[in-house]
Design a protein around this ligand. Structure first.
Ligand code: SF4
Length: 377
């Protein structure tokens, strides 16, 4: 099923217009999750208004081509407070759709009214039932689960739709069904599932037995097929790819240029492709930034981002993937941060992350399909 990478057309660098922009209103997070990658989450470094105003100049230009999303991501974005977040959102035009990725612990009625007033789309981080949230703790080391659930209850009380993002650190049999059933009860509309990644300040090992992880994804697909009320991000990607392979259009799924997905850090510095690189430095790659919106417009930074040392190396890695990996047509070459934090450079190919979350995902979906094909098909 996986289309051979060698036959696929090459990438032609980074797109100059992203599909969305990630903004960091504060570095601070009120939680201290064991698997978090963020280096500055104990410090409250706030984004000044001038940064948001500068980003909005570029973003408001891009909305002339249609809807455009800004994703507020931290730290914990709600830790910036409603007044600060409203001020940072104000320079963006009415065509901009605002999203927030939150740990949910600060959500109350006032925040729900804020989300409704700003038509803000909410995604909450929760890892399944209480006993699966042991890594999600407060700064004092106490479980955050009750506070997460209270935040979700507030969203439901206000009739606000929301997505959920779950980190799975132990993809053993039974875990996928448990997670999916939990999310059905939680009431989310969309579920994204991340197998824990070794990146940023999280150095925990993320290698798993191949058969077990493949089984996890197959089980998740089976759970979804029994009651497909939730959009299941990873499974829907896989099914879209499988359908495209079958009807001969898989090549059209891969973008010809990579989406730069710029992250604008609290201080206006811009990191492309991988938010997880923001806040780190390396003797070979410097601070990974491609510029700062306080001195250069975001659209100009993106027009030149390919010149950033590590980005060129990453593009070479994507080409190496294209010519060597049978999963390239589905994956498109993986994530920059996973290469850096696992391999120490950007021009390698396979990582534990891509094995867990690309290769075994696709294999799991195919395993499920093989097990459920109709007799005689
Ligand atoms: S990142 Fe991994 S799965 Fe993706 S194309 Fe490269 S080697 Fe293949």
């Amino acid at each position: 099923m996986a289309a051979r990478g060698r036959s696929l057309p090459g990438m032609r660098g980074l797109a100059t217009v992203p599909s969305y922009v990630v903004m960091q209103p504060t570095t601070l997070c009120n939680l201290d999750c064991a698997y978090c990658y963020l280096p500055l989450r104990a410090a409250d470094r706030r984004m000044p208004l001038a940064v948001a105003e500068a980003v909005a100049v570029s973003v408001n230009r891009w909305t002339t081509a249609g809807r455009f999303s800004v994703v507020w991501h931290g730290g914990e974005p709600l830790a910036a407070g409603r007044e600060q977040l409203a001020a940072l959102m104000a320079p963006f035009g009415p065509e901009v759709e605002h999203h927030v990725q939150t740990n949910a612990t600060l959500i109350d009625d006032a925040w729900c009214e804020f989300f409704a007033a700003h038509q803000m789309r909410v995604s909450v981080s929760v890892d399944g039932p209480r006993e699966r949230n042991g890594d999600r703790v407060t700064r004092a080391g106490r479980p955050a689960y009750d506070r997460i659930v209270r935040g979700v209850a507030a969203l439901r009380r206000h009739g606000l739709p929301f997505s959920a993002l779950a980190v799975v650190n132990d993809p053993v049999p039974g875990r996928a069904t448990e997670l999916y059933d939990y999310c059905l009860d939680l009431g989310c509309e969309v579920l994204g599932v991340n197998i824990e990644e070794t990146e940023g300040v999280n150095t925990r090992d993320n290698s798993h037995d191949a058969t077990t992880v493949t089984g996890f994804w197959a089980e998740l697909l089976a759970a979804w097929r029994r009651d497909p009320r939730i959009h299941l991000r990873e499974v829907e990607w896989s099914l879209r790819y499988a359908a495209a392979v079958l009807d001969g259009t898989a090549d059209e799924l891969l973008p010809r240029r990579l989406d730069p997905i710029p992250t604008v850090a609290y201080d206006g510095s811009v990191v492309v492709l991988s938010p997880e690189l923001a806040g780190f430095t390396d003797p070979r790659y410097g601070d990974f930034t491609s510029g700062n919106v306080l001195t250069t417009p975001l659209h100009a930074i993106l027009a030149d981002a390919e010149r950033t040392t590590w980005v060129g190396e990453f593009m070479a890695g994507v080409e190496a993937c294209r010519s060597s990996c049978p999963y390239f047509g589905f994956c498109g070459g993986g994530h920059a941060a996973n290469r850096y934090f696992e391999l120490g450079r950007f021009d390698g190919t396979e990582t534990e992350h891509c094995r867990n979350s690309k290769i075994r995902l696709l294999e799991g979906v195919l395993e499920h399909a093989r097990d459920h094909q109709s007799p005689g098909a």
